[in-house]
Design a protein around this ligand. Sequence first.
Ligand code: SF4
Length: 191
Amino acid sequence: MYRLRLFATRHARVFEWMYVRLERALVALDPVFARIGYNRIERPVALVERGLKGLMFDCRMCGQCVLSSTGMSCPMNCPKELRNGPCGGVRPGGFCEVKPEMRCVWVLAWDGAARMREAQRISEVLPPVDRRLKGSSAWLRVAREKAEGLRATREADRLAMAEAFPGARESEPASAPLAQEPARAVEGAER
Ligand code: SF4
């Protein structure tokens, strides 16, 4: 709905705040989702996402949501589906050349981004749309990718620790590895 789309960009900061919390909640739920099976929950979550985002942002379910980078203005509403800024045909007053009754999504995007905490994200170049993801839940995909990233980081840290303290690791496999006592401290204790 066009009016709600305008509302979303005018209140981009509030939506940004909500999106950050939603993402954290979804990442925290990753073990639950993994247990149920991401494939099983894809359909119901995508339905909810389509309903909510369709209402608020006229979401087209591209599957790679970039609202946080575009001031909460969905670039898929651009008749040319441009994801990295406007074309050269923006009319006076910031209206679209293809749909003159509609404000250019990129004019709205700059307006929305200026209200956001991470306003600079609009300057990042976005990758082209992967059409294979159309219709899928961007929420679930992001949650899954972030959760996987966190797991990989934790595992890399654990391996680095284990490699740094191989002796302690062998004798105390279930506890945090301990550093070797400094030679001076050992000598002091023996005296
Ligand atoms: S960027 Fe894609 S997922 Fe996000 S609101 Fe637009 S169409 Fe929907």
